[in-house]
Design a protein around this ligand. Structure first.
Ligand code: GDP
Length: 298
């Protein structure tokens, strides 16, 4: 689907929809608020956040008559306000190499995102090295190599089943020797075995700190936006496993239910560095709160 495809009917589109837009005025009463809440919940915003958003809109306006456009604008403004505080590109530090640990469950889009980011950093004049740290999935390593080729970035690998921490260490040595600006380390995403994964991630961190005690400088959690409320529990889990510093939300091209981003922002306040909007190398965009709010309320 092209990014220029007509927007799907947004939330309010469905509620207030084809009615003669601006002329119709509705009273912002309990009934109206309840309908708004339901729509927000249907967009995967979650109950708590949906209630907070509608309460903020109602404040000082309860019982007033508002046009559909005014209600849309209020909702979009409220969502953009919440999202404004989390829309931040991944910070770049004066560190060589800056170590970016990438975590997330299998299938969330980690490999693809690493490829897209590597390509963007390279286009920005940075030299990048990738370490294929999911050494237990041969297919994952191969995929990462494909993405590395696409981005024109070297991908360091280790034999299947070997210790990801030792690969990470070798990658540190190599990135340093090459004078690379960024080292991106892919990691396993087998949540079925949480204890192993925790130990594995902890060991990677311990080992790279032998080379640079300030590393990793970023720990990116990649989340599939189409998993809805599930994304919330993934954040909770990965915050226990690693020191998550920011999020990349993938597959926002495929869902009208981006409401989970609002819930994430409201609940965790973690920066959203970028959004995945397709399967191609250039399909990674900065997160734009205004545009997002417009698309969601549409
Ligand atoms: P990983 O297991 O976490 O490394 O996930 P992958 O990077 O292999 O991605 C899993 C699937 O999601 C692949 O088919 C990707 O093409 C797809 N994917 C990743 N990011 C996006 C995105 O932003 N939009 C869409 N539509 N698909 C994506």
């Amino acid at each position: 689907e092209s990014p220029d495809a007509p927007a799907k009917p947004g939330l309010l589109g469905r509620l207030l929809g084809r009615e003669t837009k601006a002329v119709v005025r509705r009273t912002l009463d309990d009934d109206m608020l309840e309908q708004l809440e339901e729509l927000l919940i249907a967009s995967d915003m979650g109950v708590d956040t949906a209630l907070r958003v509608t309460a903020n809109i109602a404040e000082g306006r309860f019982g007033k008559k508002l046009s559909t456009e005014e209600i849309k604008d209020l909702l979009a403004a409220e969502i953009a306000r919440i999202m404004g505080s989390v829309a931040k590109p991944m910070p770049i530090y004066p560190k060589k190499p800056q170590v970016v640990l990438v975590v997330g469950v299998n299938g969330s889009g980690k490999t693809t995102t690493i490829g897209k980011l590597a390509s963007q950093f390279k286009a920005a004049g940075k030299s990048v090295v990738i370490a294929a740290g999911d050494t237990f999935r041969a297919a994952a390593v191969e995929q990462l190599q494909v993405w590395g080729d696409r981005a024109g970035v070297p991908v360091l690998t280790a034999p299947e089943g070997s210790d990801p921490a030792s690969l990470a260490y070798d990658a540190m040595v190599r990135a340093e020797a090459d004078g690379a600006d960024l080292l991106m380390i892919d990691t396993a995403g087998r949540l079925q075995n949480r204890k192993d994964l925790m130990e594995e991630l902890a060991k990677i961190v311990r080992v790279i700190r032998k080379k640079d005690e300030t590393a990793p400088h970023n720990t990116l959690l990649v989340l599939d936006a189409t998993t809805g409320q599930n994304a919330l529990s993934q954040v909770e889990t990965f915050q226990k496993l690693a020191d998550v510093s920011g999020l990349v939300m993938t597959k926002l091209d495929g869902t009208a239910k981006g409401g989970v981003l609002v819930a994430l922002a409201d609940k965790f306040g973690l920066p959203i560095h970028a959004i995945g909007v397709g399967e191609q190398i250039d399909d990674l965009a900065p997160f734009d709160p205004e545009e997002f709010a417009r698309a969601l309320t549409g």
